[in-house]
Design a protein around this ligand. Structure first.
Ligand SMILES: Nc1ncnc2c1ncn2[C@@H]1O[C@H](COP(=O)(O)OP(=O)(O)OP(=O)(O)O)[C@@H](O)[C@H]1O
Ligand code: SF4
Ligand SMILES: [Mg+2]
Length: 367
């Protein structure tokens, strides 16, 4: 599936440079009142200062409860939303400052896969037209005569029969539809895929197949992934690193084992305590942390630590000082897996789920 490109070449990154570098990312939606003279009376702070990097070939899992700003981050990464502030650097270049052909070239390289395969595919278009639609905007990737062959190759790559090219979305199962969404995401041969809850709408058994497919495609096409989910157990097997979001910010981030086996932020510990544990004995002995209260409104974020209204460890300092996302002082000298970024004044290591046994591969069966 080599592509011939006439668009401006995308920037070239050095092997050590992150492919994506996000700094101080903010999205505030203004809240207005009045019909004639619209007056801003506040803001929905959907994303409120997010920083992360993504290396080439890496998967960063972003996890958090509904409404914490995951999709808003995703939309800004693929330019569906303009940031209120902050920078998104793709191979060193700030994409929020680009326009015209240069922006188009970058957009081609960062593609999105959406959550709901039932609503994200146009029911009146054939699968061939859905997957090939990006070629209408980027005809240089596949001249008209080559498109059918390219789409059939993509169907094959995602484990669907290439002869299904003239079928309609309703003729496929949920898992197959998500494979179609992934094929469409791959059509322009991007370098980065932002997958916004790609398996949340699917049955558990199908989730594993789609995750395995994505893992296989990652090595085949040298892809870097941002993989969004609301459940920590979903991102575990595909993520190299995980970022946990709460109310518009990342509260803890680290390598997979650091987050799952050595979490230091109370919010991550609470999320982990809800993750299903397969071993019945381990399940019986683990502590379930039930958070009190609801997530505060993003229009009215608590002072100091934004998690303090639900945190069982909160003290006076938590209302006064915003905890920085950094390696907590108590772990800076000890090193080890607890020494990762955690935005808590009283960070403490706590093992909530037992270390995982190696898992059976569910395989990437042809659908
Ligand atoms: N266009 C908009 N205008 C105003 N508020 C918005 C808009 N889009 C999102 N929001 C609000 O921003 C916050 C973050 O929304 P977002 O969709 O990013 O959350 P999410 O983490 O993806 O949630 P979910 O898990 O439910 O998909 C929510 O409070 C949401 O209501
Ligand atoms: S800073 Fe305070 S309120 Fe925030 S997570 Fe830590 S202990 Fe809880
Ligand atoms: Mg979302």
């Amino acid at each position: 599936m080599a592509s011939t490109s006439a668009t401006p070449a995308a920037p070239v990154a050095s092997p050590t440079e992150p492919i994506l570098e996000v700094t101080g990312l903010v999205k505030h939606y203004p809240l207005t009142r009045g019909v004639v003279f619209r007056k801003q009376v506040g803001a929905v702070k959907a994303v409120d200062g997010v920083d992360f990097t993504l290396s080439r070939g890496e998967t960063l899992g972003i996890v958090g409860e509904s409404g914490c700003g995951k999709s808003t981050v995703a939309k800004m990464l693929v330019n569906l939303e303009k940031p209120t502030a902050g920078r998104i650097r793709y191979k060193g270049e700030d994409v929020t400052k680009l326009s015209g052909r240069a922006l188009r070239a970058v957009r081609r390289n960062i593609q999105m896969v959406f959550q709901d395969p039932y609503t994200s595919l146009n029911p009146r278009m054939t699968v061939g037209d859905i997957i090939g639609e990006p070629y209408e905007i980027h005809p240089e990737v596949a001249p008209k005569g080559d498109r059918r062959k390219k789409v059939q190759d993509l169907l094959d790559v995602v484990g669907l029969n290439p002869e299904y090219i003239n079928r309609y979305p309703h003729q496929f199962s949920g898992g197959q539809r998500q494979r179609i969404g992934i094929a469409r995401g791959l059509a322009l041969r991007p370098e980065v895929i932002v997958a916004d809850e790609p398996v949340s709408a699917l049955d558990v058994s199908v989730q594993a197949q789609v995750i395995n497919l994505m893992a296989n495609l990652q090595s085949e096409f040298d892809l870097s992934y941002i993989f969004i989910a609301h459940d920590l157990s979903i991102v575990r097997h595909i993520s190299d690193r995980v970022a946990v979001m709460y109310l518009g910010r990342i509260v803890e981030t680290g390598r997979d084992a650091e987050i799952y086996e050595h979490p230091t932020h109370p919010y991550t510990q609470a999320l982990l305590s809800a993750v299903p544990v397969p071993d019945p004995e381990a399940r019986e002995h683990r502590e379930r942390i039930i958070l009190s209260g609801d997530v505060p409104s993003p229009t009215n974020i608590p002072s100091g630590c934004r998690f303090r209204t639900r945190c069982w460890k909160a003290q006076d300092r938590c209302a006064l000082e915003v905890p920085a996302l950094a390696v907590p002082a108590e772990f800076r000298h000890t090193g080890g897996p607890a020494a990762h970024d955690s935005a808590c004044h009283f960070a403490e290591e706590k093992q909530v789920v037992p270390p995982e046994e190696p898992r059976e591969d569910h395989g990437n069966e042809r659908a």
